[in-house]
Design a protein around this ligand. Structure first.
Ligand SMILES: Nc1ncnc2c1ncn2[C@@H]1O[C@H](COP(=O)(O)OP(=O)(O)OP(=O)(O)O)[C@@H](O)[C@H]1O
Length: 753
């Protein structure tokens, strides 16, 4: 490969952004810094307030860099390194700044937040959890005070009143989920009366890659307090009896599960139901229960804490507090665990993290690993990356992977390695991929007489306490994935550096090399010595993508160790495949979201219009519901039309949320693929879908734009503008049952005639 080709092939290479002028401005920043050093504390805020009032942009930024440095040194006793100044300017330039672990992102983010605030902007600094939001804001408060900008933080524990007040500050620190939740609550009130969060102006995203890419498709859910129908425990009990291979099959990628013909027969017989006939609610319930049984695993995908099911966030390995699975899956899991179903079952509204972030006028962010997702950041957010070299060279040694035949031999090897290094006085951090794996390893270690701390995704602030101790001689810490922040492991002074620093062991490669790098980055911070190494077994889920690797099982030595270059290449290959899958899913989601956001706007606008135009609509709506048929006898045609319009709007409006939930579940692989595959839903074929789309056009006139290009074929619907192709089974299910409800079915049939 030629040099240029290689350069272009480097992930993210095209998204890199250079701040060329900054190098030339450094002497000026130094010079200004010396004059700002003369200022009294009280003069700092005044000077800060004036910086952005005159002069050209570069002169303003140069001054601000110098003043922020001076202010940080006074307020926090930390003089920002040149690298941090680069980071600051990258953020003020609207880019994603790549700064390695331990390089001081907290300070960089705070200086940038103040910089935006001084330009009259309203800033949200979003981090990954409440603990960090509160900690970082309190830590940085002296700096904000000195510069004369208001700051606040929001956390889950805060009252409404406290939140309302906090959002009025110029700089607000909050977790992604809290902001999302508050935006949803604002949005849920249709008229703009209850605005709490305020305009979404500037967002500085901490851990930008995990929030903007890994979690982008996670739905933030606003759940209501009305109770949802209890998930049917009879169905759950029946599903418990089903046998894999006989009654159901799990797809190779382990993302979908479907009933076999035997399974369908058994379920239909026992429930006395026609699954693919009219009773798709039962089918949906069975599919969910089956999904909950076959594909969602306790301690891997969720924890049971205090009698409640708590999701574990895929990319962070932590409890995702406000997230629920969509479409009844949560209830299905609760039934599976024999827990009382949560009362807040009904989903009132939801929004993906991506939509949330897109609501801001200016987006910027920081992370230790941005370049690897450079292309995605550019494609999905139009963001560029400013890579910043560490201010001290990284001297950590990243050892080659060690491959084993079985999970068992892998775990034994890990424990052996830990025992050896532990005896030498080194602290060890083991990153696992699931809570279950953490517990298994911890158990083995304890059996060997090695005390260890286990971080179990349950409590962020307790974790921080453990992490603070993790750099001591002899400390052994086992943790599920620890993405980024709040996990700064400082080496203690007790001879740890001499012993080689922190040893990081990965108990298996993650779905992306970025996550691997984040784990490795726990060692070797700020020029510290350290080592990282990953242990892998042929049984790792990641490797199911490259079945040919299984033949290396023959090559294992008596410890199950496999020394093969080819096998190592296959591991890399499997990870690249997984990364590709995730991007593909993301791209798909992205288009769906765009489509949905557009539809939502249209529907809301039209809904308001209809409300104004048609004074009788409320009356009609009240009478509708089950009585759609009767209507045609009671009213004249025009009224019925108006009524139908109302029903549809009303339904779209209220079902909208389910629709999204369902789309999300599709994306997440909860693909009720069995649905119409075996026996297509009779009532809805290409013809009725077309009829339906005509109807839809009437209602939301502008949606023709979307449906115009749509090709309805026997096999499905093709929406080239959105790069979507959906089999009719999926579309049928979406359009009839989930989106529009069965009352509309009648209407559509009528129009189709
Ligand atoms: N300019 C500075 N001078 C001295 N110490 C600094 C400076 N900037 C940051 N630090 C210290 O470096 C440590 C790491 O900072 P911080 O936690 O912000 O890093 P980070 O980049 O967020 O890393 P992580 O990804 O691990 O959270 C902190 O203890 C902080 O006090």
């Amino acid at each position: 490969m030629g040099f240029l080709a290689r350069l272009l092939n480097r992930p993210g290479a095209q998204a890199e952004k250079k701040l060329g002028w900054l190098e030339k401005a450094r002497p000026e920043i130094e010079r200004l810094g010396r004059s700002y050093a003369e200022l009294q504390d009280e003069e700092i805020a005044k000077t800060a307030a004036e910086i952005f009032e005159s002069g050209d942009r570069r002169a303003q930024l140069t001054k601000y860099a110098a003043l922020a440095r001076e202010a940080a040194e006074r307020a926090l006793d930390e003089r920002p390194y040149d690298t941090q100044i680069t980071g600051l300017l990258g953020l003020l330039d609207g880019a994603v700044v790549q700064l390695l672990t331990g390089e001081g992102k907290t300070l960089v983010g705070a200086m940038a937040a103040a910089g935006y605030a001084l330009q009259g902007r309203q800033v949200h600094l979003v981090s990954v959890n409440d603990y960090l939001a509160v900690r970082d804001r309190n830590w940085m408060k002296p700096l904000f005070d000195l510069l004369g900008v208001e700051s606040a933080s929001v956390s889950g524990a805060d009252s409404e009143e406290a939140r309302r007040k906090a959002y009025r500050a110029e700089i607000v620190y909050a977790s992604v989920t809290e902001v999302g939740f508050d935006v949803l609550r604002d949005r849920f009130v249709l008229d703009d009366a209850h605005i709490r969060v305020g305009s979404r102006d500037v967002v500085i995203v901490d851990e930008a890659d995990s929030v903007l890419i890994d979690e982008a498709r996670v739905p933030l859910v606003l759940a209501g307090s009305t109770s949802k129908e209890d998930a049917d425990s009879a169905i759950a009990a029946l599903v418990e009896e089903l046998v894999p291979g006989e009654h159901y099959e799990v797809s190779q990628d382990r993302k979908a599960v479907s009933l076999t013909n035997e399974g369908i027969d058994l379920v239909e017989e026992r429930l006395d139901a026609d699954l693919f006939g009219d009773d798709s609610a039962t089918l949906a319930a069975v599919s969910l229960a089956l999904y909950a049984k076959a594909l969602v695993h306790r301690d891997v995908d969720y924890l049971v804490v205090d009698g409640r099911v708590k999701l574990i966030s895929d990319s962070r390995g932590r409890v995702a507090e406000l997230q629920r699975w969509p479409d009844g899956l949560q209830a299905a899991v609760e039934v599976k665990e024999r827990l009382a179903t949560t009362e807040s079952g009904e989903i009132l509204d939801q929004m993906t993290v991506e939509e949330l972030i897109h609501g801001y006028s200016t987006i910027c962010g920081m992370t230790g690993t941005a370049l690897a997702v450079g292309d995605d950041l550019r494609e999905f957010y139009g963001l560029e990356i400013v890579p910043v070299d560490p201010h001290l060279e990284v001297i950590r040694v990243d050892e080659p992977d060690r491959l084993y035949t079985r999970q068992e031999s892998k775990e034994r090897a890990i424990v052996g390695e830990v025992a050896e290094q532990h005896a030498a006085g080194r602290p060890v951090l083991i990153g696992t991929r699931s809570v279950a794996e953490s517990e298994s390893l911890a158990e083995r270690l304890r059996t060997r007489g090695i005390a260890c701390e286990v971080l179990n995704a349950k409590d962020d602030s307790a974790e921080a306490q453990i992490i603070a101790q993790a750099g001591r001689s002899g400390a052994v810490t086992v943790s599920t994935q620890m993405a980024g922040r709040g996990t700064d492991i400082r080496l203690a002074d007790d001879g740890v550096a001499e012993a080689g620093g922190l040893l990081v062991i990965g108990a298996g490669r993650y779905q992306s090399s970025r996550l691997d790098d984040q784990l490795r980055g726990r060692a070797g911070r700020q020029g510290d010595p350290g080592t990282s190494v990953f242990f892998i077994s042929l049984e790792d889920e990641l490797l199911s993508r490259v079945p040919e690797i299984q033949r290396f099982v023959e090559e294992g030595d008596e410890h199950g160790f496999i020394a093969s270059k080819r096998a190592a290449q296959l591991v890399e290959h499997a990870q690249r495949m997984a990364e590709g899958e995730n991007t593909a899913v993301h791209r798909d989601t992205w288009r769906f979201n765009e489509l949905m956001a557009k539809q939502r706007e249209l529907v809301l606008a039209r809904r308001r219009e209809v409300r104004d135009e048609n004074a009788g609509a409320d009356e009609v709506r009240r009478r509708l519901g089950d009585r759609a048929e009767e209507l045609s006898e009671e009213f004249d045609a025009a009224t019925v039309d108006a009524a139908i319009t109302e029903v549809l709007l009303f339904t779209i409006d209220s079902r909208w949320v389910d629709h999204l939930a369902f789309l999300n579940s599709l994306r997440e692989g909860i693909h009720l693929r069995t649905l119409a595959r075996e026996k297509p839903h009779e009532a809805f074929n290409a013809e009725s879908i077309r009829a339906f789309s005509t109807f839809w056009d009437d209602v939301v006139a502008d949606s023709t734009e979307v449906l115009e290009d749509a090709e309805f074929t026997e096999d499905g619907i093709d929406l080239p503008a959105y790069g979507l192709k959906r089999p009719s089974s999926t579309w049928t299910y979406l359009s009839t049952e989930t989106v529009f409800g069965s009352d509309i079915e009648t209407i559509v049939k009528k129009i189709g005639r």
